[in-house]
Each structure stands twice: as C-alpha cells, then as structure tokens.
Design a binder for this molecule. Structure first.
Ligand code: C2E
Ligand code: MG
Ligand code: MG
Length: 640
C-alpha cells in the first residue's frame, strides 16, 4: 500500500518557511509568539516523521522494522502533542494562561500523558498500531482513544474561544475559528481517506492564517522606534483587564514637535529609537510599547509597586543625561507615572486616557496616576455637562456693567457665560472654557453667547437706557474659525442689529498665538464694523508689535495689576505695582487707547483709577455679573 506523501512534503516546506520567517523577524517577544514557534517546530517534526513513517509503512522491509517502528512512534508522539500545544497557545492568546496555576496546566496535560503511556505500552500489547499478516500498518482497537483526546482538546479550544470572545479582537477571533474549521475538516477527511496524508497540510494552511493575522509582527511593531506599537498594547491589555493585576509604567516625553522642528524628523526618530531600546531592556518582566507621540508604556506582571517606583527612579536618572550618538545630543524632559490595573485605573478607557493625556509641565516629573485620572475624569465630565447644557439650555449669559468716568454712567457691559448644573452646581467659565476650547465645543458656546447678546440688546432696546454696546469674549479657538464671520453676520441680520453694538474682547494669550489666521479673521470682523478690546492685558507676555497691528480700541488691564497696586482687602499695595499701574494707564492713553480696568472692588480703587484718568471701570464695586432682568433694572435706575 503506497501512501501519498505530497501534501506532507508541502506542509514541511511551508512550516520551515514560517519558522525561518519568525526567527528572521525576531518576532518572539511574547509568550504566544514563543508557543507558536514551538507549535510550528512540532508541526515540522510531525510532517517529517509522517513522511518517513509512510515510506517505511509503504514498503515494510523486514530488516528495517525497528526504523518503521521508530518513525511511527515519533509521528504519533508529536501528532498527539500538537492539540495540547495549541490549547496552551489559545490560553495565552486569551490572556488566561499567564494567571493559570501549575496544577491546572498539569491537569489539562493528563489526557496527553494517557496518550503517551498507551504509546509506551504498545510494543507489549499492540493495541494502538500493529503490522498485519501482509505487513500493513494498521490501527489497533485502542487507537480511537487518540482521536477522542485530540477531538477533546479541539473542543476545549473552541469552547474557550467562544466563551472568552470578548478577550479577542476580530483580527484574532476569526483566524482562530478559521483554523479550527480547517482542523475539523481535515480530521474528517483523514478518517475517510487514510492514505492521502492531507491532515498536516491543512493544519499548516490554518497556521499560516494564524501567522498572517495574529503572529504577524509587522502590524504590532512601531517601525520608527522598533518596539511594540499602540495596537499591540491594546491587544495585550484588553484580555482579562478586570481580572489581572498587571503593572504598568507610563513614560511621557514633552511635545515632540519641538524636536521635529529643531533637529528634524529623522534625528528625532533616532532619539526615540535609542530611548525605546533603553526602556525595552530596563526590566525583562516588562514589555515596552510605543503608544505614539512620545508616550511609552512598560507593561508586565509580577512587578511590585516598590519595584516600579525604583524603575521610575532609574528612568528619571537616565533622562537627566543627554540622548544621542555622534555629534547630536539632547535632553528630553520626561514625566513618569506607574500603577496597576484595577487598583489605579478601573478600565482600559481610563488607562488610555492617562496614556494619551499630554505631557503637562505643571504635574512635575513624577506624577501620581490618581491625579491624571482625576483631571481626565473632570475634563470628560465637563465635556458632557457642556454638551448637555448646549442641548437643554443650561447656559445663561450674565452681564456686568462697565462704568464710564467721563459721563458717570454705565455705558456698556461685559457678557459672561454661566453654567449651573443641578447636580454639580456652579461651574466657573475659567474651568470649562479651556475644556471647550480643546474639545471644539467653544464654537457652539460662542455662537450661543453672541446670539443671546444680540437678542437681549435688540428686544430690550438697551441703547435707550444708555448702553452703547456689549462686550463679548472671543476665545483663541473661535478666532481661528473661518466660519466665524459668516455666523456673526447671520445672527446680526436675524436680529437686525448694527455691528457697532458689539465689542469683541480678545485675550492677550489668544492674541499671541496663530497671528496670521487671527489677523485675517479679525480684519474681516473689523470690516463688518465690530470694535475690539485687548482683554487681560498684563497677564501673559506683552507683545507690543502685535498690539499695534491689531485694531484694538480698548485695552483692558487685568485685575491683578490693580490689586497689586491697591489691595482690595484694605492693604496698601506694592509701591512699584502702583507705579506700574499709573504708568501703564498713561502710556496707553498716550498711545491713544481707551483704558479699562477690571476688578474694581473698593471705593479707594475707584478713586485711584479716576485720579489716574482711567476711562472705563468694571468690577464688583459697581455690580457683579447679573442676569438680564437684574441688569436691565440696574441700568434703568442708575443711568436715568
Ligand atoms: P474675563 O473676560 O477677564 O472676565 C472678567 C472676569 O473677572 C469675570 O469672571 C468676572 O466675573 C470677573 N470680575 C469682574 N470684576 C471683578 C471683581 O471686581 N472682582 C473679582 N474677583 N472678579 C471680577 P468670570 O465670569 O468667572 O469669567 C472668567 C473668564 O472666563 C473671563 O475672563 C473670560 O476669559 C472667560 N469667559 C467668560 N465668559 C465667556 C464667554 O462667553 N466666552 C468666552 N470665550 N470666554 C468667556
Ligand atoms: Mg473679558
Ligand atoms: Mg479680563
């Protein structure tokens, strides 16, 4: 009887190629990688011994029975090992393997041991295989135990995959199912056609699918830095997130764009490669992942908090020295934090937020993970409160009157947004405006405020009460929005309000960034007839060239300048700050700007500013920001 060994030859060649591919790509970072390599080596031995045993079985030469026996035993040993190995592979892929006890491993290995014991006994009772009177290789009655055990292991793999589906991404789930289908199909085929040795070949095709979609290192490596990438991190962190207390260290470099601009992208990547390679060698228990943007994560198991603290210390020490080879050396400011799954972060989403949140100088070098988690949670909460407020009318606009010295009346007011939530109470715009700027919600907020102001001014005919215009705050991000002019024009048209009734306040920090776009937008707003104030003068850095280029008519001095000069709590204030206040007002007036001082809280401050010739005054001394109705009553009374 001749066996067809063509499929086995093809399987051997394919398996050898797979093994070389894995070794050449050095893709053996994880336990699953290593088990898969073991599976492939077992597959090669199985295929080779199948070829050799089949040749011997085909000719059955009496003087080579020992060789025929040898290959048959080798084949059966490795053929039986394979399903258990694949079960181990699946367990590690699902993230269960690492936490399993040795005893469990032993228990699931018992069926294989039965296989091996039966094989060892075969020479004595020949119930597994024997050669019949014609010398034909024949299965004995007990051989069925091998099938049962192999099928049992396959069923175990299938049950695991289905039960732990949530531990697998789609790219792992489907290839595994494909592999199983190939396995079952080939088993049935093999039972039906025992002389066409196709089982190992189809198995190898299944392995190729696994290699391509699960073990392929190309898509789990960050090619710039040479370490595992973000995708690989998610793959590693997702399985059993809630059950496993994995340890992680996050290493954040400061803004990479600075390095890209100064030394170029190529050189920056070379630095990152060096850093990644160093981090990778730091602790053999922890794998290094590049989660993009100069944010690295070390992830491992069995690393205690003290050990992580120590590792963080080593990282900070190393970062005190420069990186780079040859002539280019650079220091990289770094921020580290560490924690454990479920103790410090409750979900993968929380962990990713911590990893992705930018390097924040104010946090220092060693950051407590709870601080980042809290900041992120608060930011997310604010984002949802803003969305809710935009949808349900939770925002209100308050007005703070501005007093004009010359006419001794409230000739204008500043519109200030208010957010009050039933559950969280009053939330300061100082807190939620920066969040809205980052999330992009600021455009909607700005539109809302502008519309409310126009509606209020028009419907209550504020000009009749001596209110010449309302000041509306414009944020940096709004100023960059090319749709801004169009939106404002539409709203003005809707309420039939002339643009001179609105004065737009731009902060000094906003004025300093993105000058080109800002200038373009401001220019078209100026052409529409709006006037402008420079808000919070004296808080950021003073950029005079910019101040002169922009069409500001009013300069609003920040309250800190006034308070330092004359303490609202009754103190005297600093002499130099007094000089600064007085000279700033005079300088601005000499430059023909109209000067407004914010934060006037006491009569002494009011008198001082009057003496200094300040044009407009705004502050709690006159009125806090108040709702529409209150403001209307106020101006009706005091301006009449
Ligand atoms: P800002 O534009 O400089 O507004 C002045 C801030 O000073 C207001 O705080 C106001 O309530 C406060 N203030 C005025 N007089 C006094 C005083 O005498 N004493 C004290 N302690 N505070 C005084 P508020 O309303 O909390 O607003 C904070 C910041 O939030 C604003 O600073 C502005 O930058 C931003 N903001 C407020 N409303 C809006 C808005 O509708 N759009 C944008 N883009 N930003 C806004
Ligand atoms: Mg303002
Ligand atoms: Mg201000």
């Amino acid at each position: 009887m001749l066996y067809n060994i063509d499929f086995d030859i093809a399987a051997t060649i394919l398996s050898v190629v797979i093994v070389f591919y894995m070794l050449e790509k050095k893709g053996l970072k994880t336990v699953t990688n290593r088990i898969f390599l073991l599976v492939m080596i077992t597959n090669i031995i199985t295929a080779l011994s199948d070829i050799l045993s089949s040749v011997e079985n085909s000719y059955h030469l009496p003087d080579r029975i020992w060789l025929q026996d040898l290959w048959n035993y080798v084949y059966l040993v490795f053929h039986n090992i394979m399903p258990l190995l694949f079960l181990f592979y699946t367990l590690y892929l699902l993230g269960i393997g690492k936490t399993m006890r040795k005893r469990t491993f032993f228990l699931i290995s018992i069926p294989l041991m039965i296989d091996l014991i039966l094989l060892a006994l075969n020479p004595f009772f020949r119930e597994i295989f024997y050669y019949d009177e014609n010398g034909l290789y024949t299965h004995g009655t007990v051989f069925i135990v091998f099938w049962i055990i192999a099928i049992g292991y396959m069923i175990a793999v299938m049950v695991l995959i289905i039960c732990y589906k949530r531990n697998l991404t789609r790219s792992k789930y489907y290839p595994l199912l494909f592999f199983l289908v190939m396995q079952v199909g080939s088993l049935l085929f093999q039972i039906s056609f025992p002389y066409i040795l196709v089982e190992i070949f189809t198995q190898t095709i299944g392995f190729m699918g696994v290699l391509y979609s699960i073990e392929n290192r190309d898509d789990i490596i960050n090619h710039s830095t040479g370490v595992l990438n973000r995708y690989a991190f998610l793959e590693a962190a997702t399985p059993a997130f809630h059950r496993k207390r994995r340890s992680f260290i996050i290493i954040k470099l400061s803004n990479l764009s600075y390095y890209n601009m100064t030394v170029g992208v190529e050189q920056t990547n070379a630095f990152l490669r060096e850093i990644a390679a160093w981090l990778e060698k730091l602790d053999p228990r922890m794998l290094c992942y590049d989660c993009t943007g100069g944010h690295f994560v070390l992830l491992g198991e069995g690393v205690g908090k003290d050990e992580m603290k120590d590792l963080c210390g080593q990282i900070l020490d190393r970062f005190e020295n420069r990186w780079g080879k040859g002539s280019v050396h650079m220091l990289f400011p770094v921020q580290v934090c560490f924690g454990r799954f479920m103790e410090d972060v409750e979900s993968l989403e929380d962990l990713m937020l911590v990893i992705d949140s930018p390097y924040d100088e104010s946090f220092g070098e060693r950051v407590k993970i709870s601080k980042i988690v809290e900041t992120n949670k608060r930011r997310l909460l604010l984002e949802s409160l803003i969305t809710e407020a935009l949808q349900n009318g939770g925002f209100r606009v308050f007005y703070q009157p501005i007093w004009e010295r010359k006419s001794n009346r409230f000739h204008s007011a500043e519109a200030l947004i208010r957010l009050t939530n039933g559950e969280y109470g009053f939330i300061s715009p100082e807190e939620f405006i920066p969040v809205a700027e980052k999330s992009g919600q600021i455009d909607k907020i700005g539109e809302f405020v502008f519309e409310q102001v126009c509606r209020f001014y028009k419907t209550k005919q504020l000009d009749k009460y001596g209110v010449d215009y309302i000041e509306v705050n414009l944020s940096t991000v709004q100023c960059m929005n090319t749709e801004l002019t169009k939106t404002f024009r539409q709203i003005l048209r809707k309420y039939d309000l002339p643009s001179k009734r609105i004065n737009l306040e731009i902060t000094e920090s906003a004025a300093a960034k993105n000058r080109m776009e800002l200038k373009k937008n401001v220019e078209s707003l100026r052409e529409m007839g709006f006037t402008f104030s420079l808000d919070d003068y004296g808080t950021g850095y003073s950029n005079y060239s910019y101040m002169f280029e922009m069409p500001f008519g009013i300069i609003k001095l920040d309250k800190s300048i006034l308070w330092n000069a004359l303490d609202p709590k009754g103190g005297t204030g600093d002499r130099n700050c007094g000089i600064l206040l007085s000279n700033t007002i005079h300088m601005m007036k000499d430059m023909k700007y109209t000067v407004l001082v914010e934060g006037v809280e006491t009569v002494e401050q009011k008198m001082l500013l009057e003496d200094l010739g300040c044009d407009y005054l705004q502050g709690f001394f006159f009125s806090k920001p108040v709702p529409e109705e209150v403001f209307l009553e106020y101006v009706k009374v005091v301006n009449s």
